[in-house]
Write a protein that binds this ligand. Structure first.
Ligand SMILES: NC(=O)c1ccc[n+]([C@@H]2O[C@H](COP(=O)([O-])OP(=O)(O)OC[C@H]3O[C@@H](n4cnc5c(N)ncnc54)[C@H](OP(=O)(O)O)[C@@H]3O)[C@@H](O)[C@H]2O)c1
Length: 202
């Protein structure tokens, strides 16, 4: 019921977003901070969380890169975690480097930070004493999308149902023939793609 290019944008980023939100727990009425939000996973997380009742603050390199996130339901787009007006009940962090400690400092007492990626390719240094001197009872959890009690088929059926019903809008920032895979990867790494890149065959 959906076209092939849209379907191709669903599997990894879409399944990750569904499972990430389940790992975050109920988000209705919760304040959620999402880093790396202009990427493939980020657009899905933003729309799914916002439509579930979360107040989402999205972190993106520029307001222009984050523009679509506002249309998908984000309350605010900021250009760094420091700029985000917290505190947040949930932080979904995928940039690493300085981003993780800065986002962690925005957590509310008892809040949860789910770490799921390191797009910056810069390791994270977390000071043990800063962490325990920070928000009381804050928790940090690691996330791996392959670990779940649901099948990929069930997740894909959910994603297709939401897209076909007009409730999920895959953001596709690049569509190219598969012979240009290298260019697509270079653009993703240089942060020139918003949302997902799709490669077509034939
Ligand atoms: N744990 C898991 O199971 C799991 C599953 C899927 C993906 N992941 C990870 O989750 C992250 C997000 O996945 P994705 O598919 O959404 O990736 P993506 O499309 O490449 O998006 C990553 C975003 O991170 C931001 N970013 C900040 N600093 C960056 C830097 N130095 N270099 C590149 N990007 C930077 C970029 O947004 P701005 O330019 O706007 O800042 C970019 O749009 C990746 O690290 C991926 O490996 C983990």
């Amino acid at each position: 019921s959906i076209d092939a290019v849209t379907a191709a944008a669903l599997p990894l980023a879409g399944i990750t977003a569904l499972r990430l939100l389940r790992a975050a727990g109920p988000v209705a009425g919760r304040r959620v901070l999402l880093t790396g939000a202009s990427g493939g996973v980020g657009h899905y997380v933003t729309e799914l969380a916002a439509s579930s009742g979360a107040a989402v603050t999205a972190v993106s390199a520029t307001r222009e890169r984050g523009a679509r996130l506002l249309e998908l339901g984000a309350e605010a787009v900021v250009t760094s975690p420091e700029e985000a007006e917290g505190p947040f009940d949930v932080v979904l962090e995928s940039v690493g480097g300085d981003s993780l400690p800065a986002a962690l400092a925005r957590l509310a007492p008892g809040g949860l930070l789910v770490w799921f990626g390191q797009a910056s390719r810069t390791p994270v240094t977390l000071d043990f004493f800063d962490f325990f001197g920070g928000p009381a009872q804050a928790r940090v959890a690691h996330f791996d999308y392959t670990r779940a009690d649901t099948t990929y088929a069930a997740e894909l059926a959910t994603l297709v149902r939401l897209v076909a019903g007009g409730r999920l809008h895959p953001e596709i920032g690049s569509v190219r023939d598969w012979s240009r895979t290298g260019d697509a990867i270079a653009d993703i790494r240089a942060r020139r793609v918003r949302g997902n890149a799709v490669l077509t065959v034939g």
